[in-house]
Design a protein around this ligand. Structure first.
Ligand SMILES: O=C(O)C(=O)C[C@]1(C(=O)O)C=C[C@@H](O)C=C1
Length: 374
């Protein structure tokens, strides 16, 4: 057996040659990117990469090393692509100032809904007009028609996960996220005055409200009826005036629609929070902005998502969320929504975005915004 010191000396000597060759390879890529820019070519060349891998795999003498060689060659090409992006002019990020006063804000539901609460908490007295809509998509349509300045919508619940429709709409409508509010959500069983928990046989609520209280409802054998919104369900139950029918909604909704709170805080997870996003027409960024949201698609290539994550890691960026949504027109292909900590005022973040843009198929920066907690 060779001793460790001898092995390490041999490795050092090989590394020395490898580094020199790596530098030589990267320097050639400087000419490659110059040529590509002059000829309007993309950095990523799928056909050439397949050729490089196959050619090099044929050169492998010890076949058990083939998977390692494949990885080594792939990594070399990934680094070469990332290095090439440093020569690109860099996308100009056009940031617009936020509208501060006399705002017209749209939300889904009715007063007493959690979206209403989120709007009040996020904007306070900066809102001149509050406009409510029956469905989430109506808020997007209203923004598109310039009926409102901003819309506020739930995107994710800490117990039940993503609100998929809103993820899809952000992408379909091409709007930006300009703010975020994490709202502590308390669900309650409401009934007409004089009713008790034992009277209730059926409850109406938004599907999220029903999901968030599933354990309580199962324990009390209460049937679930989905309704477009929690506060609308409370208003409907008040109209029905039937002691066997209740609603799952906020205490504020009980107060507004004349119902009794029959059981408080009945949500499964006591730290139940909903993350609301504020959507607008423009990419806005303030000095307090600390979260970046992006959406991208990838080519069906080995390691495509891995490359994205590698870029995030190499730039020491803290990734906070990744979500995938099916692309409607292409079965088994996905949009990836990726959020990370950072500000567009930080050159390292801008650099990361440039690299992500280059290694993805389509890429859109959805927002850089401040996060508030209520
Ligand atoms: O040949 C090219 O077009 C290159 O940019 C070089 C290279 C490589 O590193 O080998 C890098 C990226 C391409 O996707 C293919 C190959």
């Amino acid at each position: 057996m060779k001793d460790l010191k001898t092995c390490r000396d041999e490795i050092d000597a090989i590394d020395q040659k490898l580094i020199a060759l790596f530098e030589e390879r990267m320097h050639i890529c400087e000419d490659v990117i110059e040529y590509k820019m002059a000829h309007h070519m993309e950095i990523f060349q799928s056909g050439r990469e397949t050729e490089v891998i196959e050619k090099n795999l044929k050169r492998v003498q010890d076949k058990k090393l083939a998977p390692y060689v494949r990885n080594f060659v792939l990594q070399n090409m990934n680094l070469s692509k990332r290095y090439q992006t440093t020569f690109l002019p860099g996308e100009i990020i056009d940031l617009k100032p936020a509208k501060e006063e006399n705002l017209i804000v749209g939300y889904q539901g009715v007063p007493g809904s959690f979206s209403y609460e989120a709007m009040e908490s996020y904007f306070g007295d900066r809102v001149a007009f509050k406009v409510n809509y029956p469905h989430f998509e109506d808020v997007f349509k209203a923004l598109k028609a310039h009926e409102i300045d901003y819309g506020i919508l739930p995107l994710e619940n800490s117990t039940t996960g993503a609100i998929n429709d809103n993820y899809d709409f952000i992408n379909d409508y091409g709007f930006y996220i300009v703010g975020e509010l994490s709202l502590s959500v308390s669900q309650n069983l409401l009934g007409i005055p004089g009713s008790t928990i034992d009277d209730i046989q059926t409850v109406y609520s938004h599907s999220q409200g029903l999901l968030q209280t599933s354990q309580f409802l199962a324990k009390h054998h209460i049937a679930k009826e989905p309704y477009p919104n929690t506060a609308m369900a409370a208003s409907y139950v008040s109209h029905l005036n039937n002691k066997h029918i209740g609603a799952i909604a906020s205490k504020k909704a009980a107060e507004l629609y004349g119902l009794d709170v029959l059981a408080s805080d009945i949500h499964n997870d006591k730290s139940n929070h909903t993350r609301f996003i504020v959507i607008g027409h423009n990419l806005e960024s303030s000095k307090q902005a600390s979260r970046i949201s992006t959406v991208f698609t990838l080519r069906h290539e080995v390691g495509a998502l891995y490359e994205v994550l590698q870029i995030i890691k190499d730039h020491q960026i803290n990734m906070v969320r990744i979500e995938s949504r099916p692309i409607q027109s292409s079965p088994w292909e996905y949009y990836f929504y990726l959020d990370f900590d950072g500000s567009l005022h930080d050159p390292n973040v801008v650099r990361t975005i440039d690299e992500l843009r280059a290694c993805t198929y389509t890429f859109r920066l959805i927002g850089n915004y401040e996060r508030k907690i209520a």
